[in-house]
Design a protein around this ligand. Structure first.
Ligand SMILES: *Cc1c(COP(=O)(O)O)cnc(C)c1O
Ligand SMILES: [Zn+2]
Length: 439
């Protein structure tokens, strides 16, 4: 196996146990042999601070690989299918609807497989190749399987991806099309994950979110870097992030902290808040009890991408919530659907259920006074809506079906919206009148 620390362009130094601090070489490992704590990649920040400048980053490619110095693999051999540097949009209409003056949406739907998971998988695939694995695998709630399948195809690796059998059609097709071995497990994500942990002992495969998890997780830091760079090298006041395992949430924060350590942004005491679906909210529930002791749940929600009942990084997510004076919210399935529609109707962005969780969760957090109107808030929209159509379709107005004549068109308008035939008008646009309803 090659040794990562000799790679040019990477400042990764070693793996460290987050619990006891023990140091390990950069190998495919994810738990401390002494205390079973999770391992994390540690960098040579002193060397980094001598080399890394805003200009060096700005002259890089328009993808997440502009931050290669801060990732645990070499840029030259990275498996890059064009992930990252997604739009950070000012969201004035949604802001008005929620009562926020300075709201931004980080639109991570616009990745190659339409979710933020391309960030973590791009790193994991690159590392897996450096470690000379020939097969990529994962335990997935859906988006991860899509991304692993696509990256394996691009990298010429075999793929074996495991999903719960009851996933949305868009997520099943969105994996199968790349030609992996797709395994639908009759059980929950937590069952899938346990099975994959056992399989990891039998098969010499890179399970991206298990045995190479420390490297994989680093990919999520790029969301933090991008947001700061796109705000003109400024850290946001408040981030609102969906929580499944909790990894994304903690790594966005790590990314922001690293930029501050390296002097690339001013420290802004960014607050980190998280959103979950009420039907699977173990992190929210522990936060509410003011406890670090997570009680595993049996998920029951339309937000399948977030349906992890026993979150691997839940403890760390609770630490970040506490350290940053963040808050957590849990929203019902109806609120999730409302959140999806609100984002679409106000800003023209069609998110999957996780996006609905974030928008509805943000609404809650504003109402409860956890987010204040003048904060610079970034809402992280992590996956695209065409993958989870069945969640929102029943709540949408049907098409007006007509014969191809003007009469038929005007009759349909009149019966949908009232008014005399021939004079029927469309309902007003909704950015100013959000209460307006077509059906
Ligand atoms: C996986 C996923 C998340 C959360 O990821 P964790 O790092 O497990 O918390 C959020 N949004 C979408 C769309 C996802 O697929
Ligand atoms: Zn340890």
């Amino acid at each position: 196996m090659s040794v990562l620390s000799s790679s040019a362009g990477s400042f990764a130094k070693n793996l460290r146990c987050k619990e006891c601090g023990r140091v390990y070489p950069l190998e495919p490992a994810h738990v401390c042999e002494f205390c079973f704590g999770p391992l994390e990649v540690f960098y040579d920040y002193e060397a980094l601070s001598r080399v890394l400048t805003r200009r060096r980053i700005e002259s890089g490619p328009p993808t997440m690989w502009r931050y290669a110095d801060l990732l645990p693999c070499r840029a030259e051999t990275a498996v890059d299918i064009g992930t990252g540097f997604t739009p950070l949009l000012r969201a004035p209409n949604l802001g008005r609807a929620l009562g926020l003056d300075r709201l931004y949406v980080k639109n991570d739907c616009q990745n190659p497989t339409w979710s933020f998971k391309d960030r973590v998988v791009s790193v994991a695939t690159s590392v897996a190749r450096e470690f000379e694995f020939d097969t990529l695998a994962c335990a997935s709630t859906g988006n991860l399987a899509n991304s692993v399948s696509a990256h394996a195809a691009r990298a010429g690796l075999k793929a074996c991806v495991f999903i719960p059998a009851d996933l949305e059609q868009g997520k099943i097709v969105g994996s199968a099309v790349y030609g992996p071995t797709l395994v639908a497990v009759e059980g929950s994500y937590d069952d899938v994950n346990r099975l994959c942990s056992e399989l990891g002992d039998r098969y010499p495969w890179a399970f991206v979110n298990i045995n190479v998890r420390p490297y994989y997780a680093e990919g999520s830091k790029t969301l933090g870097y991008e947001v700061c760079e796109q705000l003109g090298w400024r850290a946001p006041d408040h981030c609102i992030v969906p929580l499944a395992s909790g990894s994304l949430f903690t790594k966005i924060y790590k990314g922001i902290k690293e930029l501050a350590w390296l002097g690339l942004v001013e420290w802004n005491a960014t607050r980190m808040s998280g959103a979950q679906a009420a039907g699977c909210s173990p992190i929210f529930e522990a936060w509410q009890r003011q406890s670090y002791n997570i009680r595993p749940q049996k998920p029951n929600t339309i937000a399948k991408s977030l349906a992890i009942g026993n979150p691997a990084d839940g403890y760390n997510a609770l630490q970040v919530l506490a350290q940053t004076s963040g808050a957590a919210a849990a929203v019902t399935d109806d609120e999730i659907v409302e959140g999806i529609k609100l984002l679409a109707e106000t800003e023209g962005i069609f998110a999957e259920t996780a996006g609905g969780v974030v928008v509805a969760g943000l609404r809650r957090l504003v109402q409860e006074g956890h987010v204040s109107p003048d904060e610079l808030v970034v809402a992280f929209i992590t996956g695209a809506g065409l993958k989870t159509q069945e969640a929102v379709a029943p709540a949408l107005a049907p098409a007006l079906t007509i014969r191809p004549t003007i009469d038929s068109f005007e009759e349909a308008l009149a019966s949908a919206y009232g008014g005399p035939v021939g004079k029927a008008v469309l309902p007003p646009g909704r950015s100013g009148a959000l209460a307006g309803r077509r059906s």
